[in-house]
Design a protein around this ligand. Structure first.
Ligand SMILES: *Cc1c(COP(=O)(O)O)cnc(C)c1O
Length: 424
């Protein structure tokens, strides 16, 4: 075994890691006398220590100020959603006016499709990946039916064409070209939740726009995982949630991006609500709707302030770290996990996530050799000893070392425990 894969080397890398202090900013769940080894930041990120203070501040304002809390001080609730825009914009590579924190992911996906899925008899088709996260599939099918079209004809799913169930860019581009004149919308994930495959958003956007189709991204597994450049890549819209890599708590308020080129288009239909009305005249309470310029104009309700508070605490940590530094540690962490699995567990685990680091983020999706039951057994064993991944049917264990709070030693620990379980 090479020294680079030794426990000693992992400890040395942790000691030299410039992002190391950030781990102390999170509450790490306990197991036995120690800490859990937590690899599920792609499902529910850990709680930032600052989250409780942010929530407490809102509770205090409510108690002390009641209705005046809407209008008092720098964290007044009237513009609270805007407290996160600049930082969130940096995380996704957008202009502050292009992002908004609102609702939840599935709701935002529907709201965006109301504006950007406008099927006609000539162009009724939505193209997406086969095996998409269920809510995306449900929402797309519901939208097609809502417009009076038939999903059997208007929903095209691109099948995986690579060995472990991943999809080549060639297959995506071919499908977009093939259905081109009939495409109303391409909806694609940034990172596939089951395989961990990251897609070339630039190329997919170009291919869709070349055909005159709208393009939207579901970035649930990309935001806070990979550096993004949404403004430059220029899809029509994107949606994501904040409870995964963004650490903002269960059911956290989600995010949406609407590209600047749409901000002043008054012909776009939308499901309007009063919080999307321009702020200067909102409280004149007039019957007609004048949208706020920017992604804010898609808001419906006055936002759940308590739900937004933890996002502020988490974004402060992203601001401290910087997405580029997080990505470079992530490449090293996940790269170490991959190298260790290949060197020491090649008889136990198959890696289904692409080997090319450009085609993945933090997550490695692993399939246990010997079948589903053996896979379940390993997963339950690890959970029992406080090493947390998650299970995705039918047979995948997902392990996501996240650079904000995982250590190189955590990765090492995982590999040692799998070795011991397998009797190696
Ligand atoms: C996590 C996830 C969701 C979750 O949707 P919610 O509306 O937040 O419950 C949706 N789509 C994808 C691709 C996801 O990974």
């Amino acid at each position: 075994m090479s020294d680079l894969l030794s426990r000693t080397h992992a400890i040395a890398l942790d000691a030299a890691d410039p992002l190391r202090p950030l781990r102390n900013e999170f509450l790490i769940p306990c197991h036995g006398g120690g800490e859990q080894t937590y690899f599920v930041g792609n499902s529910l990120g850990l709680q930032p220590r600052g989250a409780q203070a942010a929530v407490q501040e809102v509770m205090r304002q409510w108690g002390e100020l009641a209705v005046e809390g809407h209008f008092t001080g720098p964290t007044q609730w009237l513009s609270y959603h805007r407290l996160v825009s600049a930082q969130l914009a940096r995380v996704v590579g957008a202009l502050p006016s292009e992002v908004v924190a609102m609702n939840t992911l599935s709701v935002n996906l529907h709201l965006m499709m109301v504006s950007f899925y406008r099927p006609t008899a000539q162009r009724p088709v939505i193209l997406m990946e086969a095996g998409a996260f269920p809510t995306d599939r449900h929402a797309v099918e519901a939208q097609i039916r809502f417009h009076g079209f038939d999903p059997a004809e208007c929903l095209v799913e691109v099948q995986p064409d690579e060995a472990h169930g991943t999809i080549s860019l060639t297959a995506i581009e071919r499908a977009i070209a093939e259905h081109g004149p009939r495409l109303a919308l391409v909806l694609w994930p940034g990172v596939q939740y089951r395989t961990g495959q990251a897609f070339d958003l630039d190329a997919i956007t170009r291919a869709a726009r070349l055909q005159g189709a709208r393009i939207g991204f579901d970035l649930a597994h990309s935001v806070g995982n990979l550096p993004l450049r949404l403004h430059d890549v220029a899809p029509d819209f994107a949606v994501w949630c904040h409870y995964k890599y963004l650490n903002s708590g269960p059911g956290a308020v989600a995010g949406a991006f609407v590209h600047e080129r749409h901000h002043r288009d008054s012909t776009l239909p939308r499901f309007a609500g009063w919080w999307g009305h321009e702020e200067a005249t909102r409280f004149q309470m007039a019957p007609q709707f004048t949208p706020a310029i920017g992604a804010e104009g898609w808001q419906l309700s006055n936002p759940p302030i308590l739900g937004l508070a933890p996002l502020r605490a988490s974004l402060d940590l992203f601001e401290r770290a910087g997405m580029e530094a997080l990505r470079s540690k992530s490449l090293a962490l996940t790269g170490m996990l991959e190298a260790l699995v290949r060197a020491r567990l090649s008889n136990v685990l198959d890696i289904i996530t692409p080997a090319d680091p450009h085609r993945r983020g933090c997550q490695l999706s692993l399939r246990v050799i010997g079948g589903r039951e053996r896979g379940r057994a390993l997963f339950e064993h690890l959970r029992g000893i406080g090493v947390l991944g998650d299970w995705r049917e039918p047979d995948v264990i997902r392990i996501s070392p996240t650079p904000l709070y995982n250590r190189y030693l955590d990765v090492h620990h995982f590999v040692e425990e799998v070795e011991a379980w397998a009797g190696l």
